[in-house]
Design a protein around this ligand. Structure first.
Ligand SMILES: Cc1ncc(COP(=O)(O)O)c(C=O)c1O
Length: 389
């Protein structure tokens, strides 16, 4: 586990590094890629070993009998999250954007509206709209530097056409780890409006010290409308394996989802199954603990440096490695602060508006990179906004 190692990813078909210049105009030569959420770290050795084992056989045929794979998922959820999963409740999709799209397909109809608490992970709105459904954006309140769910204000925005809610827990961006009380309120809101509740918990392993994630499945009375989503990909940096789990305990919802899985012939590739099974292991757990502590160091360094720049506020992350920086205190328009970050600091960061209402004055910076790069990014940001000091 050497998170300080610089691994050259340019020229490897890495979206993060090789699309930085075409998408953001940040030069590949000396730019810093801090946008899409994958990490610049190698996954734990147990995953390499699983691939090595496949390679030693050297025949890449159809995968059969996934009992060990399911058992590994159940072991991880119980040991790391205190959540007992029935192995028969697990569906495997091509990642969780695909999982979300499958939920939209299975549980809503064209013309329905799907609720999102914004700003939130941009791909949710993309797949909802692409499927001909409406997005009901309910904007969270920024209070004391943290996001708060504002159910009272949201009641009047509901039209009756909403049939599903996609919750991001922990939240991306902003990194909120929702408390049990907040999750109970979300469940109550879903009940009140008769919504299928999809809880995307892909970031559940990347929780900063001092915070505890509660799986939505542990909230009472929500089971009949609940769809849980989780994955190894964010936790272990294997997003290219495009694998994720949709876990549904309610038999009616499960049957509806199963029917769509069959109709669309969704079946995962064997590389993802081997990697996920290897990841959910004691060795994988040890690696995640070390990773989280390294990420915590990175976010402290980044926050200290960025919050020292007048007008910039980096939200204190309770989870994820995705720093959410508010530029509204600079008094600059979006074009100006973005240009300073991309052209002067030569950093590619996600643009806030893509996350929906409330994201307008933000950029999101991926901190899952060797610490020297975070240091260099801070130095460049300080230089790009030096006139504000
Ligand atoms: C909340 C959330 N869900 C899903 C994904 C992507 O999932 P996948 O790569 O499995 O499609 C991300 C990636 O950043 C995410 O933040």
């Amino acid at each position: 586990m050497n998170f300080d190692e610089i691994i050259e990813r340019r020229g490897t078909h890495s979206a993060k590094w090789d699309l930085m210049e075409p998408l953001y105009g940040v030069p590949a030569r000396d730019g810093i890629a801090m946008w899409v959420a994958d990490m610049d770290f190698r996954p734990p050795a147990c995953i390499e070993q699983a691939l090595e084992k496949m390679r030693s056989v050297g025949i890449y045929g159809y995968y059969g009998d996934d009992a060990d794979y399911r058992a590994a998922i159940c072991w991880w959820m119980e040991n790391r999250h205190g959540w007992k999963v029935d192995p028969d409740d697990i569906f495997t999709t091509h990642g969780l954007v695909n999982g979300t799209a499958m939920c939209v397909d299975a549980f809503t109809a064209p013309g329905d509206a799907v609720v999102l608490f914004t700003p939130v992970y941009h791909a949710f709105a993309k797949v909802i709209r692409a499927a001909g459904r409406e997005v009901r954006e309910l904007e969270m309140v920024l209070e004391g530097g943290r996001y708060r769910l504002d159910f009272d204000a949201w009641e009047s925005a509901m039209t009756g056409r909403e049939t599903m809610l996609v919750l991001c827990s922990p939240h991306n961006p902003g990194g909120r780890v929702w408390s049990r009380g907040e999750l109970e309120e979300v469940a109550e809101f879903a009940r009140r409006h008769d919504l299928v509740l999809v809880s995307d918990e892909i970031h559940h392993d990347l929780v900063m010290p001092g915070h505890n994630h509660t799986p939505m499945a542990l909230i009472e009375g929500v089971e009949e409308r609940l769809v849980m989503m989780s994955a190894t990909t964010k936790t272990f940096n294997i997003a290219g394996s495009h694998i994720g789990n949709v876990i549904i305990h309610d038999p009616t919802l499960r049957a509806r989802f199963d029917a769509r899985m069959k109709a669309l012939a969704i079946s995962p590739n064997s590389f993802g199954l081997f990697m996920a099974e290897a990841a959910y292991s004691p060795e994988g757990a040890e690696w995640v603990d070390a990773l989280v502590s390294y990420l915590d160091g990175n976010r402290r360094l980044f926050d200290a440096g960025v919050n020292a720049i007048a007008g910039l506020v980096s939200m204190e992350l309770e989870s994820t490695y995705l720093a959410w920086v508010d530029f509204s205190g600079t008094g600059m328009g979006r074009e100006e602060f973005t240009a300073r970050v991309e052209k002067q600091a030569r950093i590619a960061a996600n643009h806030g508006p893509s996350f929906g209402k409330g994201g307008e004055n933000f950029l999101r910076f991926n901190l899952a990179t060797p610490r020297v790069r975070v240091q260099e990014a801070v130095r460049r940001l300080q230089a790009a906004f030096v006139d504000l000091q």
